[in-house]
Design a protein. Structure first.
Length: 351
């Protein structure tokens, strides 16, 4: 589908689904940009291999990259069933932010539509980004889906929904002059509602020290069910994350969702001051990925790992909680959710 065929808003009757709804596959971009990760890059592809091995135990995995990058991916992933390799060039590995955002029909059976927001590498931080800016439209074309171009700069990690019309976003990474100059919060709220099929937008703040996305919500706050959130907490008052995370929890507990329900908030305590060679990293248990029948949870070889696993096991009683050691991945300042993009199933008539 050519770019000229793209719409600026989706057709009526589409909505942003929750992550726990049925998925057809998970997409990843194979890592190749060495300067993205602190330390020895040779440790990063094996970290992706371990992630793929977890993912394929739940659903198919689709890996993208240039021809040369895919050759490296195929060598590392040889013998792992359930992986498809698709030639789509990338600049970097953060497919959550560069891949399409999928919308599902509200009522009638039919295929998803794919949104391609503008991408400028988190406010122009990491040039070049031309290949990454084209990823969403190329995945949509590969899947044969209608393409929507809302026309604002927005990364997928900045969005969190309950699937029932509520969207949570952080003003710091959207209402940003390096991303969307000249647009007010009211302007952006209207665009988010129209482009994502959302009824109510809840704006929060805060960020994690070491997070170069300016506060992506998938590190801070996640829905686990309609009306119920988990939120990052750092109880150490000397930690730079303490104040803003406590403020978010207090704010969220004062809000209602699109259906008028007061939000229930379960805090998840984060490890204090996870760092690499003196650089603080955004180690967050909130950067989990919900998949068919499971939850892939980043862990950090810290005693708090067990607490996070236990909380999610209670909140997702029908899913397997699979820990993923993420200390290599967070050297790129992201984790499981940041490098993945789930693709919803197509709902067929009579389903």
């Amino acid at each position: 589908m050519a770019a000229a065929d793209a719409l600026t808003e989706p057709p009526a009757g589409y909505r942003l689904p929750a992550e726990w709804e049925p998925q057809a596959a998970v997409w990843l971009a194979w890592p190749h940009r060495r300067k993205t990760f602190l330390g020895d890059f040779a440790e990063i592809p094996p970290a992706f291999v371990r992630l793929v091995q977890l993912l394929v135990s739940f659903e198919p995995v689709r890996v993208i990259g240039s021809k040369a990058v895919l050759a490296d991916a195929e060598a590392h992933l040889a013998g792992i069933a359930g992986v498809e390799f698709i030639e789509i060039p990338t600049n970097d590995s953060w497919l959550r932010d560069t891949g399409p955002v999928f919308l599902q029909p509200r009522q009638q059976p039919g295929p998803p539509v794919a949104l391609s927001f503008n991408f400028n590498a988190w406010g122009g931080k990491y040039p070049p980004w031309d290949d990454d800016a084209a990823v969403a439209s190329k995945i949509a074309q590969r899947l044969g889906l209608q393409l929507i171009r809302p026309g604002i700069v927005l990364e997928g990690g900045a969005l969190e929904t309950d699937g029932e019309g509520t969207l949570i976003v952080n003003h710091r990474c959207i209402e940003d002059p390096q991303r969307n100059p000249g647009l007010s919060r009211d302007d952006l709220t209207v665009i988010l509602k129209h482009s994502l099929g959302i009824d109510k937008v809840l704006w929060i703040g805060g960020e994690l020290a070491g997070d170069d996305t300016d506060g992506h919500v998938d590190q801070l706050v996640r829905f686990v069910a309609p009306g119920h959130l988990v939120a990052a907490r750092q109880p150490d008052r000397d930690d730079p994350n303490n104040e803003s995370l406590e403020a978010n929890i207090k704010l969220l507990r004062s809000l209602t969702d699109a259906r008028g329900r007061p939000l229930r908030v379960t805090p998840i305590e984060l490890p204090p001051r996870e760092s690499y060679e003196g650089v603080q990293l955004p180690a967050s248990y909130l950067n989990f990925l919900v998949v068919n029948g499971g939850v892939i949870l980043p862990t950090f070889e810290h005693p708090l790992d067990a607490s996070a696993i236990g909380i999610l096991a209670v909140l997702f009683p029908d899913r397997l909680i699979r820990p993923y050691p993420a200390r290599e991945l967070i050297r790129g300042r992201g984790a499981v959710h940041c490098v993945t993009r789930e693709q919803p199933v197509i709902v067929h008539a009579g389903a």
